[in-house]
Design a protein around this ligand. Structure first.
Ligand SMILES: Cc1cc2nc3c(=O)[nH]c(=O)nc-3n(C[C@H](O)[C@H](O)[C@H](O)COP(=O)(O)O)c2cc1C
Length: 167
């Protein structure tokens, strides 16, 4: 059984809510759900599957606590770890929607981690997003500002992909 840890960065609580939904879907206990503002990057060592989540702020910027956490994570050797990424954003910011998901992906590129659980961009509406690489989103994008009604189904569908990886 692979051990899953969830690490989130949030400013107003939205990404925390999604982290908790994911934890419920995947039966991850609360002690394995970490606010990166109070967590050392080396704590990922205890997990086989690392789920990273952050919101997007400014003009497409990574949430600040996650930015600091990644500074440490980037210098670790994550070979053998599986990484899944999610984030919260606002589709009305159509040129930077959920950029954080893409930024996490790009910043961890050289760590030898294996990325899992990309997500279809069907049903999303944006002009540009760093999370969209060749027509697939490299993780789960959530818009609780405009489309909270879509969140539960998106979380469930994405978690099914992670469950397959963990079988
Ligand atoms: C000043 C400001 C700038 C924002 N910039 C972006 C952005 O560039 N792209 C995006 O997708 N969302 C953007 N958002 C939306 C937030 O990411 C969204 O509200 C998210 O749910 C916040 O999550 P959190 O509470 O976990 O931090 C912005 C929101 C605010 C208030």
């Amino acid at each position: 059984m692979k051990k899953i840890g969830i690490f989130y960065g949030t400013t107003t609580g939205s990404t925390l809510e999604v982290a908790e939904m994911i934890a419920r879907e995947l039966n991850v206990s609360p002690q394995d759900v970490h606010d990166v503002a109070r967590t050392a990057p080396s704590d990922v060592a205890g997990y086989d599957v690392i789920i990273l989540g952050a919101s997007t702020w400014g003009a497409g910027d990574l949430q600040e606590d996650m930015a600091g956490f990644l500074d440490g994570l980037q210098s670790l050797d994550l070979e053998g770890k599986e990484v899944a990424i999610f984030g919260c954003g606002d589709e009305s910011m159509a040129d930077t929607f959920c950029n954080s998901v893409g930024e996490i992906y790009h910043r961890l590129h050289d760590t030898k981690a294996m990325f899992i659980a990309p997500f279809s961009n069907d049903g999303y509406h944006y002009d540009h997003s760093a999370s969209d690489v060749n027509g697939m989103i490299v993780g789960l994008c959530i818009d609780n500002v405009n489309h909270p009604e879509k969140t539960e189904a998106r979380v469930k569908a994405w978690c099914e992909e992670i469950k397959k990886e963990c079988e």
